[in-house]
Write a protein that binds this ligand. Structure first.
Ligand SMILES: Nc1ncnc2c1ncn2[C@@H]1O[C@H](COP(=O)(O)OP(=O)(O)O)[C@@H](O)[C@H]1O
Ligand SMILES: [Mg+2]
Length: 428
């Protein structure tokens, strides 16, 4: 990370755009004085886990909120401060962090906890990486906690990605079940509020917990978050108005601080690649498009080819037909034509409907039920949450689908005709 200190002149080049680029990395935890507009949330999390610092049992807490609302940051921040405060009261407190989008099974999560604890202590026993079950990892966890710590804060980030929630039960019952005397406080984090309902079904009352909701940032908060990291850039590289524009774009979309920072970074990289000495509003706009396409690609990366084709079908109808919303049937008709184009066997209309519902869950499309009168029954209307242009780009990044018409080709298909079918022949 020390860009300008490398001894080899080959790597010593001065970066004309960035000064401390690491400030714009996703995992970067800013100092306290760079954290903006989350005082209440910090207080609330501290109130739940804070008892640890006085040698009392903590509460468990679940944090819900969309991506980029500071959940991971605030959790880590408060946990670290609690650890420091505990230490100054001569209480040994550990902080453990598990990203459940990676460690997405109970075995993986417990293995990571055990290894992490071993790393923090002088624990002598070998902890096998494979070939052992969850129970063995729990054994190590209880033993290390018992030997070395009075208290521990366990952050389970993106907990909705975990295949089951047994770990919550194990952690919250550990004392009662006399596995360890160490106080355990769990901070669970989920990007999906829907997880709340499934959680209630999955766990029993032993995981008593409070709930906190983090809200998206508004433009002025995003502006301040970025201002606080302006020194990621060389002096006078950011043109006037760029941070304001970036904040406005990010606020309009999702109030997502991560996206705002990513756009800023991408704009800097664009400027550097094109040999520009400053970052302009044009760079920000271009970076925002790239970021949006990346977001869509990220969201759909795990989706099947048919889900992608369904999205493409809806996008292409919007582009050529000019309407905002389409019925499942209308999307299906277009989808069948597109399958022909890429030599793929279409799935059934009902199958497609399920794909669309899945996409709705991911937040790429919105579906709303419309009453069609008593005889017709109700039907769903689907709309894209993003610019159809971005969907077309993101879908075409799949190498098996790059033959599909580009946005410009679709656009030319029918300049203003409404609801006209895609002319498949013109692309073959
Ligand atoms: N209030 C804030 N002040 C400063 N930076 C923030 C704030 N909230 C989020 N960030 C930054 O935005 C990015 C995303 O935040 P993160 O905590 O990962 O969001 P979440 O976990 O809710 O998806 C991180 O780089 C983080 O440092
Ligand atoms: Mg997070």
């Amino acid at each position: 990370m020390a860009e300008q200190t490398s001894g080899d002149p080959l790597f010593r080049s001065h970066d004309p755009i960035f000064n401390r680029k690491e400030l714009l990395h996703v995992g970067h935890v800013p100092d306290e004085d760079r954290i903006v507009g989350r005082d209440d949330e910090i207080q609330s999390v501290a109130a739940e886990v804070g008892a640890i610092t006085r040698g009392d049992p903590p509460n468990n807490v679940m944090i819900y909120g969309k991506t980029g609302t500071g959940k991971s940051l605030i959790s880590r921040h408060v946990a670290t401060r609690a650890q420091d405060a505990a230490r100054s009261n001569e209480i040994d407190c550990a902080v453990l962090y598990v990203d459940c989008s990676e460690a997405n099974t109970e075995t993986r999560a417990t293995r990571q906890l055990a290894l992490n604890l071993k790393e923090q202590t002088g624990y002598q026993q070998n902890i096998p990486l494979r070939g052992v079950g969850t129970m063995e990892y729990y054994q190590h966890i209880w033993e290390i906690l018992e030997d070395c710590f009075d208290a521990v804060i366990v952050i389970l980030d993106e907990i909705d990605k975990l295949d089951n929630s047994n770990i919550l039960m194990q952690l919250s019952r550990a004392r009662e079940a006399q596995k360890t005397d160490t106080y355990i406080g769990v901070i669970g984090i989920s990007n999906k509020v829907q997880y709340r309902e499934t959680l209630d079904e999955r766990i029993d009352s032993s995981f008593g917990h409070r709930e906190l909701f983090f809200h998206p940032y508004d433009a002025s908060q995003l502006r301040e978050i970025m201002r606080n990291r302006e020194d990621a850039f060389q002096p006078e590289v950011l043109e006037g108005g760029t941070i304001e524009l970036c904040a406005a774009l990010a606020a309009k979309k999702h109030g997502d601080a991560r996206k705002a920072i990513e756009i800023l970074k991408e704009a800097g990289e664009l400027a550097r690649r094109t040999g520009s000495e400053t970052v302009s509003e044009a760079h920000i706009k271009q970076a925002q498009e790239v970021a949006e396409i990346n977001r869509i690609e990220e969201l759909t990366s795990g989706a099947t080819v048919h889900a992608k084709l369904a999205l493409y079908a809806l996008a292409s109808r919007i582009i050529t037909g000019g309407r905002e919303t389409y019925k499942t049937r209308e999307i299906y008709e277009r989808y069948v034509g597109i399958c022909e184009l890429v030599a793929n066997d279409p799935i059934t209309e009902n199958g497609l409907y399920r794909q669309l519902k899945e996409q709705a869950f991911l937040g790429v499309i919105e579906s709303e039920k419309t009453g069609g009168g008593r005889s017709q029954g109700s039907y769903l209307l689907h709309r894209l949450v993003t610019d159809p242009k971005h969907i077309v780009k993101a879908v075409r990044r799949d190498s098996s689908l790059e033959e599909l018409p580009t946005y410009d080709q679709l656009h030319e298909t029918s300049p203003s005709a409404t609801n006209r079918e895609l002319d498949l022949d013109s692309f073959s």
